[in-house]
Design a protein around this ligand. Sequence first.
Ligand code: GDP
Length: 473
Amino acid sequence: MTTPFSPQEQGEPIAAIATPLGIGALAVVRISGRGVFDIAHKVFRKKGNPSFHFAQSKGFRAHFGTVHDSDGLIDEVVALVFRFPNSFTKEDMVELSCHGGPVVVKHILKVLLDEGCRLAEPGEFTRRAFLNGRIDLLQAEAIGEMIHARSESAFRTAVTQMEGTLSTRLDTMREELLHSCALLELELDFSEEDVEFQSRSQLQAELHLLKEELSRLIDSYQHGRLLKEGVATVIAGRANAGKSTLLNTLLGEERSIVSHQPGTTRDYIEECFVHNKTMFRLVDTAGLREGEGEIEHEGIRRSYKKISEADLILYLIDISVDNYLDEVSTIDEFLGRYPAAHLLVVANKTDITQKCAERIEQLRAATGCDVCGTAAAKGDGVGLLKLLMSNMAEGLNKQQEASVLVTSLRHYEALRNAFDCINNAQALIVRNAETELVAFELRSALEFVGEITGKVVNEEILSLIFDRFCIGK
Ligand code: GDP
């Protein structure tokens, strides 16, 4: 997969706008691949040097000039030259920094397309960087995660991954596995002579260490996922309890429809907020009550699905109504049904009953959960609620202070599969099974680890990763 190729063997020339389309001071159009210097030459005139050609330029040079089409001047630009293989894609590249208006940018892109570039697919620049050995798959994914990071900690985790810390660990692990595999394969070659190139006890000890390392990475996923995606928090409860109101108060602005009619939040709405450095992903669900219409039924089905995926459930009760204790059975049901999630009872509308203290106490005794009183409409008690939420998140987070975190479900699954294969190999060794079977399990483990960094390439995985990028990345 690593290059090195000649300029003639580079991919076909591609072009894309690399910055968001909108009005800004600057925008960048980039081109990469075979012959891009000739293409850029056709549209660019260097100030004070009309005979300039990009082919004469050294790598990493900036040239000030203008871009033209057949009708004349389009814009003044700075052209950055990156000569093969010293560029992001490991191909010849030119980046044109122009003025940041959508019309200008599209015009420049059009002339480049007219002169022979093809419009890049989403993520195609990064895909080339990977295929040409500039970065591994983990680093390519980290670039995507860095761009999409919504909190400081998610950003930091992505940067660490981009630097290759996890890649280095996985490469070491792969080398160790490869070594054991090679020795077993060698034994197979000499099977008639009944030799052992590595004692089984030594192999077991090495596999044990590998499993420990894999376990550490697997365990870091819970923390990594929370950092990257935020604590999935569902606001559940009957219609009219005040769920949309609470969501809006937590977010600090109007986001979902608040209405006096039960059942108006028919679908779910997802928004994020950061408190004490922790990101919460809030989901407001359709009122959990028997809906009359089909839409409400669908909303209720989706609500239950969202609740089953939650890390934290805020169960809202209207404490001003006399039958507030009727909901204890539903809370019990939730606790049994979603044991992995933390549940916090929010006793809402404390502003319209005199009996809050005693009712909150009763709810606490009846459910065994933490209960927080709020008047969501006025914001009373919401500060305390946020504090309880961050305390819970800290509890979820504190298991791990690992320097390397696994943040992607794809990596997590591959690591678990590798772990299982090594486990199988160990069981086979204990049973004195055929060397061939042990080698098979270790080879499979090797493939799973290799899939993460892209040492083992699977076209389906590549599409999944790079299609998520925007065009120009
Ligand atoms: P949902 O169906 O659970 O999403 O409930 P909504 O947020 O739509 O609220 C239902 C009604 O209760 C609306 O009229 C809100 O203004 C009102 N409400 C919500 N929270 C409070 C509160 O803390 N105190 C009072 N008095 N009314 C509230």
